[in-house]
Ligand binder design. Structure first.
Ligand code: NAD
Ligand code: TDX
Length: 334
């Protein structure tokens, strides 16, 4: 087999940079180019571990010229780039429309032009939310019902990918994954925010009553699933990625406090996120049974403890973004 040339959009973000690290480690036959606009969420330093082993292009996925020039040179595009934070989308939805919808459109037009394979990264949030006691989980057949500007633009991007696959024969697969945790996640997100708060002697902040449930998966398991879909997935199909990791937010905060040697109740309840989704839960049977994928991180507490260790050891990575992030939250009253 000749070497594969791959374009990773959003490769300086949380999941994308972990995907690049993992690919460099495990797939020496893959030549990687990263396209990333380095928004507030991107950080070129997240690619330091693979310095000299990947090509980095700073640019915007909504810019058709740069997208065209890079896509024509590769065999595969793995599309992570997105505006990804729900709280930001409630404050200013426009960047979400521009990147998640128009940016994905530009990627689709380019892969269509050059017959390039696409794997589109999406989220379980496109399905809306579940009641706490609902026995059902999300499956690939669950109707789309997004709640926030973020999730509605991700849902839009998925629908564009489906339409381009059907109408133009674009060779695409889609994955919808649950909440990720692990190293290199921006301090605006729930787990890194609380861990770095505790390091700073600040009490964690729980939205509402803390009863909301997320289905946590380690970022390396998300990315191993993405590779399984690239290798074995059927073109045109959607796969749900999840590791049976449902935990309510209060329990996550209590576990962080406990692992970090603090009293379990040393947190504050703050005002809730408007429209806050109650519960997400993924049924990943299709991915496991059809493609034979299994997660490696089965114990949330130990995965979380390793993530806490990473933030403790890598303060120089997150410190430059902490103050501005907390200033934004102060404005939102959270
Ligand atoms: P992130 O915010 O950490 O990273 C996004 C990256 O995309 C950043 O490096 C940013 O600079 C880049 N980017 C943003 N706009 C761009 C543009 N217009 N052009 C080029 N680059 C741009 O996000 P993440 O958490 O790593 O999420 C990556 C993908 O995974 C997203 O598509 C997200 O919807 C999806 N996802 C995330 C989670 C999660 O728990 N974080 C779960 C399921 C799916
Ligand atoms: O300070 C906080 N306190 C709190 O209680 C923050 C930042 C969040 N929360 C709650 C809100 C959610 O119920 O924690 C939960 C997780 O919040 P986020 O980290 O903002 O994630 P979420 O909104 O669930 O979305 C995430 O998972 C799906 C990612 O950010 C999305 O990109 C992904 O699609």
């Amino acid at each position: 087999m000749p070497d594969m040339r791959m374009l990773v959009t959003g490769g300086a973000g949380f999941i994308g940079s972990n995907f690049v690290h993992q690919t460099v480690r495990e797939r020496p036959d893959v030549h990687i180019t990263v396209l990333d606009a380095l928004t507030y969420a991107g950080d070129e330093r997240s690619l330091d571990p693979v310095d000299g082993q990947v090509v980095f292009a700073k640019g915007d996925i909504a810019d058709p010229d740069i997208v065209d020039a890079l896509v024509r040179e590769v065999d595969l595009v793995v599309h992570f780039a997105a505006e990804s934070h729900n709280d930001n989308s409630l404050h200013d939805p426009w960047p979400f429309l521009r990147t998640n919808v128009i940016g994905t459109y530009q990627i689709l037009e380019a892969v269509r032009r050059y017959g390039v394979r696409l794997h589109h990264i999406s989220t379980d949030e496109v399905y809306g939310d579940l009641e706490l006691d609902d026995p059902a989980k999300f499956t690939p057949e669950t109707p789309y019902n997004p709640s926030s500007p973020y999730s509605s633009t991700k849902a839009s991007s998925d629908l564009l990918v489906r339409a381009w696959a059907r109408s133009f024969g674009v060779q695409a697969t889609i994955s919808n994954c649950s909440n990720n945790y692990g190293p290199y996640q921006h301090v605006e997100k729930f787990i890194p925010r609380q861990v770095t708060n505790v390091i700073d002697g600040v009490r964690p902040k729980l939205y509402g009553t803390g009863e909301n449930v997320r289905d946590w998966i380690h970022v390396e398991d998300h990315n191993s699933a993405v590779w399984t879909i690239i290798d074995k997935g059927r073109i045109g199909e959607t796969y749900l990625i999840g590791a049976d990791g449902e935990v309510d937010n209060k329990t996550v905060v209590e576990t962080i406090l406990e692992v970090m040697g603090q009293p379990k109740d040393a947190y504050d309840l703050v005002s809730d996120r408007p429209g806050h989704d109650l519960r997400y839960a993924i049924d990943s049977t299709k991915l496991r049974e059809e493609l034979g994928w299994t997660p490696r991180y089965r114990d949330f507490r130990s995965g979380l403890a390793a993530t806490i260790d990473w933030y403790s050891a890598n303060e120089s990575w997150w410190r430059p973004r902490k103050e501005a992030t907390e200033a934004k939250y102060t404005q939102l009253g959270r």
